[in-house]
Design a protein around this ligand. Structure first.
Ligand SMILES: CC(=O)SCCNC(=O)CCNC(=O)[C@H](O)C(C)(C)COP(=O)(O)OP(=O)(O)OC[C@H]1O[C@@H](n2cnc3c(N)ncnc32)[C@H](O)[C@@H]1OP(=O)(O)O
Ligand SMILES: CC(C)C(=O)C(=O)O
Length: 660
């Protein structure tokens, strides 16, 4: 059968709400500034909608979770439905499962015998709520109850009388405090004036109304979501304006999600006068479900409003609810889905990376100034996943839809290395080629491995994995006075001093596992090592872009490490120029720079054959440090090429004839 070309022949729109002419609604300009009272109906409305309703053991597990999350009102059963349901309520009370500040709610239809059974289940409860319901809309009056408006009022008032009598008797015998929560089932489909008339009669019948715990709750149910959220808000505002004794009335919102607007309807209804919400975790419940309390609470949280529910371990909560309900949560589900804290698209990743970089600076400044407010201003991510226990591991997921920033973000998070922009571009070409080749997501592990193999870098062994390894080195100040001895110095001691100061670099470099001593000179350590590489290994290199930053790490062992990134221009034997990036890490900034040069040279030379290095000195032997096993140049006289230490002091096993 085709869909109707004129659906108005079959479906009627929602009825209007009889506001006076020119009435200005309050809700459109309102704001939610405090959390409502939350009632979880997971164990009742949620449970009644399951393919396999929960066992009492499972209900107890979920009850404990609800208490832990912070619910102060929990609907635990429909006790008249079965002995099992009744027994569950009894077990909670008799086993002292209910904290003193938590109210137990049970639901009952307006049938005297079932009201009696329901109230009996609550004997001994410290704080109890009797949730009485009957449907009041035209279609239910006509079809289900075959009732007039008047008969509906009579049925309701008789039930209210019964609840009043039995709760008073129970309180007299067992103590505790019982409240009335009267639910106009199908409220949103009911004539607004009839809903108010019925509500006022219920208040009259109940009589003992007062502030605090003596308030009466009206649960205004959108049993089936048949209209848009603005209509529900109008209905609630109309009821709230016209119900008598308003200050002693709690307006409770009980929405369902048939049109997919349960959350929106609830938020507007709260603006319209509601101060209590009934719903379920992750929107379990009849058909499309009750309203999802997690989404509502976290929507408030992201507006700076404390929900007074604790979802800081949301992942565990999701898995308990999934197990208890035998249902899975969609990966796209708000806040709780597996994919909601992941960005795959390149431009999103770029914005998020920039967002984190800016935020790190903002928060560091706030810390420095003792500012308590550290605002979350993150493109694409409305809530800090860390607040919900998710962390950032899955935030950026690199696929063929991603760009340079995504891969750079992952390298920063996994290896702590914050590449400069042009190096990000360089690395992303490699990532793209690899992801095209495999057709698979580039996981954080794969990206870290690809980075390490591309730049012949190793976070485990900072000497790197290339053919050249800088084992150790020394810097000496070169003075213009040829007869004065060379004095060892650090780079900082030379830079910034007289402009004609030169540094001499002397280093132990392994080339294809053979040790060489090389030296070179220049105004900086970078120039000096480049000079050494050219002179001894015939490697013609110009340094181009250079950047350095402190390693981003949570590991105290690497807390002060410095990362250097360098781009070199490498002259091939055929005379062409090729650009290559390299990276080096060390706790010493000069070492980190020089390692970066070696990393870049390693990527440049690849498998090419290297010339036999030229000699520095005709060294007899190079001493070896017993602690590091590395050759030790500390006793080297830079003018003569002799070591000042006596040969007996040297480690005889590792004395190596200088290879040159
Ligand atoms: C919108 C909601 O979610 S409301 C909560 C709904 N939850 C449940 O129904 C779960 C538990 N329910 C049950 O176990 C059973 O329905 C029981 C034990 C309550 C009643 O079972 P039964 O006596 O077999 O009746 P049945 O389930 O067919 O219910 C329909 C009857 O209740 C009447 N009824 C329905 N709701 C109400 C109500 N709120 N108040 C008074 N009568 C009601 C119907 O008009 C119908 O009466 P009729 O038989 O005279 O035509
Ligand atoms: C009885 C009420 C509270 C209900 O579950 C509904 O209307 O959906």
């Amino acid at each position: 059968m085709p869909m109707l070309s004129d659906p108005s022949t079959k479906y009627t729109p929602y009825p209007p709400v009889p506001f006076p002419p020119n009435y200005n609604r309050k809700w459109p300009t309102g704001r939610i500034t405090v959390a409502p009272t939350w009632l979880s109906t997971d164990l009742r409305d949620g449970n009644q909608a399951l393919v396999n309703p929960m066992s009492n053991a499972t209900k107890l597990e979920l009850f404990r979770l609800l208490v832990k999350i912070g619910f102060k009102e929990i609907e635990v059963a429909y006790p008249a439905a079965s002995d099992l349901e009744y027994d569950f309520v009894r077990s909670l009370i008799e086993n002292n499962e209910v904290p003193d500040d938590v109210s137990l709610q049970v639901i009952t239809p307006a049938i005297p015998a079932l009201i009696a059974r329901s109230i009996a289940s609550l004997a001994g409860a410290k704080k109890a709520i009797v949730h009485l319901y009957n449907a009041v809309s035209p279609v239910f009056r006509e079809v289900v109850f075959r009732n007039s408006r008047e008969a509906t009022v009579n049925l309701t008032l008789e039930a209210v009388r019964t609840v009043k009598k039995l709760t008073e008797e129970t309180m007299a015998t067992h103590g505790g405090h019982f409240r009335l929560n009267y639910c106009l089932e199908t409220f949103s489909q009911t004539e607004a004036d009839f809903a108010v008339e019925l509500g006022n009669k219920v208040l009259q019948e109940w009589g003992k109304i007062g502030p605090g715990d003596d308030r009466v709750t009206f649960n205004l149910a959108a049993t089936v979501e048949c209209g848009p959220p603005n209509h529900y808000a109008d209905m609630v505002e109309y009821f709230s304006n016209n119900i008598s004794n308003r200050e002693n009335v709690i307006i409770s919102i009980h929405p369902h999600n048939d049109r997919g607007c349960g959350v929106a309807a609830t938020e507007l209804a709260l603006l319209a006068g509601g101060t209590r919400v009934e719903g379920c975790l992750l929107g379990n419940g009849e058909r499309t479900g009750n309203v999802d309390i997690i989404t509502l609470a976290l929507n408030m949280y992201t507006q700076g409003v404390a929900p007074h529910l604790d979802f800081s371990d949301l992942k565990s909560i999701v898995s308990v609810v999934e197990r208890c309900n035998e249902m899975t949560v969609s990966p796209r589900y708000p806040y709780a889905g597996e994919l909601v804290y992941s960005a795959f698209a390149g431009t999103h990743q770029d914005a998020i990376k920039k967002g984190f970089d800016a935020q790190d600076k903002r928060w560091a400044q706030a810390d420095a100034e003792g500012d308590r407010q550290k605002l979350w201003k993150m493109p694409y991510i409305p809530i800090d996943p860390a607040d919900l226990g998710y962390g950032y591991d899955n935030l950026i997921r690199v696929s063929s839809q991603s760009g340079k920033s995504g891969a750079a973000y992952v390298v920063k998070r996994t290896l702590g290395l914050d590449m400069p922009r042009r190096m990000q571009v360089d690395f992303y070409k490699v990532v793209q080629a690899e992801s095209d080749r495999t057709g698979k997501e580039m996981t954080a592990k794969l990206l870290a491995e690809l980075f390490e193999t591309t730049y012949l870098f190793s976070r485990q062994d900072n000497l790197g994995t290339g053919r050249l390894k800088l084992c150790s080195f020394k810097l000496f100040r070169v003075t213009s006075e040829p007869s004065s001895p060379l004095s060892e110095c650090s780079e900082d001691q030379v830079s910034g001093s007289e402009s004609d100061s030169q540094l001499r670099f002397v280093g132990n470099i392994l080339v294809d596992d053979k040790l060489h001593v090389v030296q070179g000179e220049g105004p900086t350590a970078l120039h000096a090592i480049v000079d050494a590489l050219q002179h001894h290994l015939d490697l013609h290199v110009n340094t181009k872009e250079f950047a350095t930053n402190t390693i981003a790490t949570n590991s105290p062992a690497n807390a002060n490490d410095i990362a250097s990134f360098i781009e070199i221009e490498y002259q091939t034997t055929s005379g062409g120029n090729m650009k290559h990036w390299g990276v080096g890490v060390s706790s010493d900034s000069t070492t980190s720079k020089l390692r970066a040069v070696i990393s870049a040279v390693n990527t440049a030379v690849g498998e090419r054959s290297l010339p036999k290095p030229k000699a520095v000195f005709r060294l007899k032997a190079v001493p070896v440090r017993a602690d590091t096993g590395l050759e030790d140049l500390s006793g080297l006289n830079m003018r003569t090429g002799h070591f000042v230490r006596r040969s007996e002091e040297l480690d005889s096993r590792r004395r190596a004839e200088a290879s040159v």
